[in-house]
Design a protein around this ligand. Structure first.
Ligand code: SAH
Length: 238
């Protein structure tokens, strides 16, 4: 996951939206805000809407051109409220975050957001490596600017979280061998108990496989299940 992800607002006209975007970012642990030719900034309304995120506003960089905003970036994503004719089909915020999760930490990323009234120009979108569209009511698909920032920032937070969850010692799922051991044990116990007729097995084992493959048990959970099966078999025979 890239360490540096900047949020770029292109020509925002309402300072309230800048403040609300700063707040949306801070709640999701993002802090790099770049403003391209904001109509009014700094501004009391931006401060008011930022609530406790004044630090994000204080650090915000104000620039005159998109080129300056994108300096040092290697990956640029543009957001759009409506489908555009040009370019590849847009990603959902979730797919965008999943893609960034596979991106090395030292790649600098910019997420571009457009003007409240007119969005990003085609020329600006051409600077983007990919587009993101938040699925919405087709009759009314334009979210408030800060709300759009919130949704993308939230997906990025989830993607970052799942990276660390995977590395911070969650037990790995059981091996194929362990799973096969469980299925063989379940099957022999089911036959011995008279629950499964080996002449007419139907789909029982296939269904059980689906169930446990979905659950992705770890080795300890497999041991519990097999221990339980052994104990139940013992009471039956004993
Ligand atoms: N009428 C403009 C709407 C702009 S809304 C247009 O059609 O593009 C302001 C900005 O919020 C957009 O430029 C985009 O950055 C973001 N935004 C709003 N709704 C969005 C959506 N459904 N998907 C992605 N971004 C969206």
């Amino acid at each position: 996951m890239p360490r540096h992800i900047r949020i770029v607002l292109v020509e925002p006209s309402h300072p309230g939206n800048i403040g609300a975007a700063a707040r949306a970012m801070k709640t999701m642990s993002l802090d790099a805000l770049v403003l391209v030719r904001p109509a009014r900034f700094p501004d009391a309304e931006a401060n008011a809407r930022a609530s406790g995120a004044l630090d994000v506003l204080r650090l915000a960089r104000v620039v005159a051109t998109l080129d300056e905003a994108l300096q040092g970036c290697t990956l640029v994503a543009g957001t759009s409220a409506r489908p555009r004719d040009l370019g590849p089909p847009p990603l959902t915020p979730h797919a965008c975050a999943a893609m960034l999760r596979q991106t090395p930490p030292d790649v600098d990323v910019a997420l571009l957001f457009g003007r409240e009234r007119t969005g990003l120009t085609n020329e600006e979108l051409e600077r983007c490596h990919f587009l993101v569209h938040i699925p919405a009511n087709p009759e009314y698909s334009s979210l408030n600017l800060a709300a759009a920032v919130q949704i993308l920032a939230y997906e990025l937070l989830l993607a970052r979280g799942s990276t660390s969850a995977a590395t911070e010692g969650d037990a790995l799922p059981a091996s194929v061998e362990d799973m096969e051991g469980l299925y063989a044990h379940l099957e022999s116990a089911a036959v011995a108990a008279g629950f499964l007729d080996p002449q007419h097995p139907k789909h029982l084992m296939r269904r059980l496989r689906h169930l446990f493959n979905r659950a992705q048990p770890d080795p300890r959970e497999i041991n519990i299940l097999r221990g339980l099966l052994t104990a139940l078999q013992r009471t039956r025979h004993g």
